[in-house]
Design a protein around this ligand. Structure first.
Ligand code: CTP
Ligand code: CA
Length: 225
């Protein structure tokens, strides 16, 4: 794209990025979680700030240092993440959901630590569905012209799964990466295809998470006009 190096093309824009992985508590010492490191979301926040945007980073359980010049809002659960994303999205030009949001949460939270009993098999954990934040902000469209971006990690028929998910969610762009045994989680690098609701496909070759972040912002900036 025709962007000069270091050109602050997101000046005057407010962008919201979610990062990390939510944790759904079972009791005071245990949770259901996932392996998301937060690195891709933090790279998105850093690069948007460097391009002039005001950035709100909703960070779920990340241990990464706060990026300079970015508003960081720490969250724990999917419900908490949803609350803060909705709040920040109200006046945002773009929302990028890079966080790994738990699909389910335990139905009950034990206020005291769950103890094992010598003469009993463990109880199964009953789960309830969490709200789909990306679908909610995409179909609800809090603000006209807002650009909404999702992420999807897929296996098997990666592109077909990605296309179906883009449609289901109703977002403008979906960054699809293939996951496997040694791919993506915790790594410094990424490889992806960015699918557009307009039918576009932008491949991003294997490289640093910053490079993928720059491509995402190129596509977002193009849609903001
Ligand atoms: N997402 C969300 N709220 C959820 C689950 C996911 O906002 N409750 C967002 C993620 O942040 C991501 C996108 O939706 O940007 C896709 O997440 P993914 O887990 O791939 O989608 P799911 O619809 O949960 O599909 P799957 O059954 O494949 O996990
Ligand atoms: Ca999911």
């Amino acid at each position: 794209l025709a962007r000069g190096v270091g050109e602050p093309d997101l000046t005057g824009r407010h962008v919201v990025v979610s990062a990390g992985g939510t944790r759904e508590p079972l009791d005071p010492v245990r949770f259901l979680g996932n392996r998301s490191s937060g690195k891709q979301g933090y790279a998105l926040a850093r690069t948007a700030a460097a391009r002039g945007a005001r950035v709100t980073l909703i960070a779920a359980n990340s241990t990464l240092p706060d990026p300079a010049g970015v508003d960081v809002v720490p969250v724990g659960t999917a419900a908490h993440l949803r609350e803060e994303v909705l709040r920040a999205a109200a006046d945002a030009d773009a929302v990028v959901m890079a966080a790994a949001v738990a699909d389910f949460r335990p139905v009950t939270y034990a206020a005291g630590k769950i103890k094992k009993k010598d003469d009993q098999e463990p109880e199964p954990i009953a789960l309830a569905r969490n709200p789909d934040i990306l679908a909610e902000i995409s179909t609800g469209r809090i603000r006209p012209g807002q650009v909404i971006v999702g992420f999807a990690a897929e296996t098997d028929d990666v592109l077909a799964n990605g296309r179906a998910k883009l449609k289901r969610k109703g977002c403008d762009l979906l960054v699809v990466n293939e996951v496997g045994e040694r791919k993506t989680f915790g790594s410094e690098e990424n490889e992806a295809v960015v699918l557009g609701a307009d039918g576009s496909e932008t491949p991003v070759p294997h490289g640093p998470k910053e490079a993928l972040a720059e491509t995402v912002w190129d596509l977002v900036a193009g849609r903001l006009g």
